[in-house]
Design a protein around this ligand. Structure first.
Ligand code: OGA
Ligand code: NI
Length: 377
């Protein structure tokens, strides 16, 4: 049962199972494709209602994730700045997602992280398995969020590392191959951290708040990186690359690998809208934390990944969240008579634990914080 997992490790808040949980046999999806004429194992075949309907009609331009020109926020004249701030707030209210262009992050960092990520996934299985993601944990190589033998599996291999604060690091999980892996992750993550802080300050301004509110509230923000590798799949109509979920973070920064297939989809007005990759852009999304802090004004939107028949796909994902000690709840400035409080106050460490000890299931994790109208009476 899930309660078997809910014992946080006192050192780093990382959940560790109190006793082994039985997740059954998990096939490595990269190894599956090496087997000739392989049928999709039953554990990957989704129930009919969950299967991705593969879009055949092109999306209208109105159905595209908004694009934010970061250079206008950093160096624009007052008109450009104001226009971009308005666009930012509309994106967060209507989409919960936006793509950032001209973010100022060195292209060599963008390319390097992709290269070491791809090189890592191309290593022999035995090499990657030196860094196993233990059942019920979220760092290392494997499949996260699997808690039972009968749970459907995602068509994806993950490799994840906690980065900041330092005590969440597990040095045994830092790969020695590819050679430049660790150094590249460090360099990339430092720059992404600056970007997250900068985006949060613009989000604050877009809400009419002091630009440093989030920064001051979060303390030493938690940062983690996860690389998702989705091999090509002979039956993309039957499987999911990544189950529908919203992110438990404050902000998520997602880099889509060059030449990767289109795979990320977000739930917008009840339809799954693909996020078309823009070269060198970063995809940003609002996580559960910002949804709670803004009392639901900025949305943590449900998303998933689908696979492709011929092409594989790599995504590099950074999660940026408040320190575990942070107490969260809707900010007073964003509540009034017409906008009553929709979420309770809670500790972010508790929420984190709740998030990582349950399977990914749409926006279910956020139920933890919801005040239902009945209770609010
Ligand atoms: C995630 C995520 C989507 C993708 O890792 O939380 O939503 O395209 N990834 O890999
Ligand atoms: Ni996500």
């Amino acid at each position: 049962s899930f309660s078997a997992l809910s014992q946080p490790n006192s050192v780093n808040m990382a959940p560790v199972p109190m006793f082994p949980i039985n997740v059954g046999h998990i096939d490595d999806v990269q190894e599956l494709k090496k087997v000739k004429k392989a049928a999709i194992p039953e554990r990957f075949v989704r129930d009919v209602a969950e299967r991705p309907t593969l879009a055949t009609t092109p999306c209208s331009p109105l159905k595209n994730v908004p694009v934010i020109d970061f250079s206008k926020l950093l160096h624009g004249n007052p008109n450009e700045f104001h226009g971009e701030i308005l666009k930012l707030s509309a994106s967060c209210e209507d989409w919960g997602f936006f793509q950032v262009i001209n973010h100022g992050i060195d292209l060599s960092l963008i390319e390097n992280i992709e290269r070491v990520g791809m090189d890592f996934f191309m290593l022999p299985l035995e090499e990657k398995q030196k860094y196993p993601m233990a059942p019920g944990t979220v760092q290392g190589y494997g499949q996260a969020f699997v808690f039972s033998e009968d749970q459907k599996l995602d068509w994806c291999n993950m490799f994840a590392l906690g980065l900041v604060p330092h005590f969440i690091r597990n040095p045994n999980l830092w790969p020695t191959k590819p050679e430049k892996f660790s150094e590249t992750v460090e360099n990339y993550s430092k720059e992404i951290r600056k970007l997250c802080k900068s985006i949060l300050s613009f989000l604050a301004l877009s809400l009419g708040l002091d630009r440093d509110v989030f920064e001051e509230m979060f303390g030493e923000a938690v940062q983690a990186i996860r690389m998702n590798y989705y091999p090509a799949c002979p039956r993309p109509d039957l499987v999911l690359g990544l189950s529908p979920h919203s992110d438990g973070s404050a902000l998520t920064v997602l880099q889509q690998g060059k030449g990767s297939s289109v795979g990320l989809q977000i739930l917008k007005d009840n339809t799954w809208v693909p996020v078309q990759p823009i070269p060198n852009a970063l995809v940003i999304n609002i996580g559960d934390t910002i949804e709670v802090l803004t009392n639901g004004r900025y949305k943590s939107v449900e998303h998933r990944a689908v696979t492709h028949k011929e092409k594989d796909r790599l995504s590099i994902v950074t999660f940026y969240a408040p320190s575990y000690e942070t107490e969260l709840g809707p900010m007073p400035e964003l509540m009034d008579k017409s906008k009553p409080c929709k979420y309770k106050r809670y500790n972010h460490g508790e929420y984190s634990k709740h998030y990582v000890t349950n399977k990914l299931q749409g926006k279910k994790a956020l139920e933890f914080a919801k005040i239902h109208p009945k209770e609010a009476l």
